[in-house]
Design a protein around this ligand. Structure first.
Ligand SMILES: [Zn+2]
Length: 362
């Protein structure tokens, strides 16, 4: 049975540089005022309290072959919850996962509709596969189907040239971005290569996924225009394997992927140091399992983000960027409690002591 009141004995890490001693959960909501009414069943939870972790690039309802059934979808979402990931930006899914919004035990999802890719230029069964003249119409449809985000596949291997190549002409991107923004949606794009980035940034893209192809020029442009990146380093780790299996048929592509992989940490660090916003995303649900947010935070730190910034990329600033509350008075109690201070040791994130979602402990 759920307790009437949870007493979080703290410290409660309400911001990267701000903590309060203790807090309570009453009626599913966080409060910093001690409840006065007597007769409550109060349960104590000791430890360092963080906002529920954010996986800003995740796919719920998807595996390597396409959409999965509702039971598998639920198991994915439960794996995220157990790992403390309580807010997911779904970066494209062919499954209808709207039912999750009515499941109080599952993480909150911000959807980007279904991926929009060029015909036969993406993983089979994932995307709406279309040609450039259809892009604006499809972007409008996904902007209306999602929760404020649209996901494009910005580049992919071109089997004719045997290397990564941009998928969309610049003028079409300009029109598509304007259409999404008109509907109040932000746009992000899957980009591995260098060449797709200038046109996307110039067209007003809001975020770049993976972003392995950033150069000094595009880093400067992204910083200037407030374009965020979600590097998904736990996924970039698979590039050498992708390169090995492509080697025989596409040696140029294979070399390119190895090169992008080799400089992945330098790329992320350079972007961060230039002022580009960097967020935690795992790309779980394509080929990777769910529940990897702690590993991605560790990777961001390995790339060169200071510990507190790597942590913020999965908590306070990620929530602010996505327009969702963190640990504020009256907010839904979506939080994670750790036995030690994650600001001192990011390894602590891998093993939450308690997960509280909508005020209920899991
Ligand atoms: Zn993805």
């Amino acid at each position: 049975m759920a307790a009437d009141v949870l007493h979080l004995t703290g410290p409660v890490l309400v911001g990267p540089h701000e903590e309060v001693e203790q807090a309570w959960v009453v009626g599913g909501r966080l409060t910093f005022e001690r409840p006065t009414a007597a007769g409550h069943d109060v349960v104590r939870i000791d430890g360092h309290v963080l906002p529920g972790l954010v996986d800003a690039h995740c796919h719920v309802g998807l595996d390597a072959h396409g959409a999965v059934d509702d039971d598998t979808t639920r198991a994915q979402a439960e794996t995220d919850r157990a790992a403390g990931t309580l807010l997911v930006r779904d970066a494209g899914s062919p499954a209808d996962t709207r039912w999750i919004d009515d499941a109080p035990d599952l993480p909150r999802i911000i959807r980007a509709g279904r991926h929009i890719a060029r015909t036969r230029r993406y993983i089979r069964n994932f995307a709406h596969e279309i040609e450039p003249e259809q892009l604006v119409t499809q972007v409008r449809a996904e902007a209306q189907a999602g929760d404020g985000w649209v996901k494009l596949v910005g580049d992919w291997i071109d089997r004719d040239t045997g290397d990564l190549a941009p998928c969309w002409p610049a003028d079409v991107l300009q029109a598509a971005m304007a259409a999404a923004h008109e509907l109040g949606a932000r746009v992000t794009a899957h980009c591995f290569s260098e060449d797709s980035l200038p046109d996307l940034i110039d067209a007003g893209i809001d975020c770049i996924e993976h972003a392995t192809g950033l150069t000094d020029e595009t880093i400067e442009a992204a910083a200037e225009r407030g374009v965020a990146i979600v590097p998904t380093l736990v996924n970039i780790a698979t590039f050498p394997t992708i390169a090995d299996s492509a080697e025989a048929k596409f040696p140029v592509y294979a070399r390119h992927m190895r090169d992008l992989h080799a400089r992945r940490y330098d790329t992320v660090r350079a972007a961060f140091e230039e002022g580009v916003m960097v967020f935690c995303g795992t790309d779980a649900g394509g080929s990777l399992p769910h529940g990897l947010a702690a590993q991605e935070v560790a990777e961001l730190h390995r790339a060169g983000l200071p510990r507190l910034d790597a942590l913020a990329a999965a908590t306070w600033t990620a929530r602010e960027w996505l327009g969702r509350p963190a640990l504020t008075e009256g907010a839904s109690a979506d939080l994670v409690v750790y036995p030690a201070d994650p600001r001192e040791d990011l390894g602590v994130l891998a093993d939450p002591g308690a997960v509280v979602l909508r005020g209920r402990r899991w």
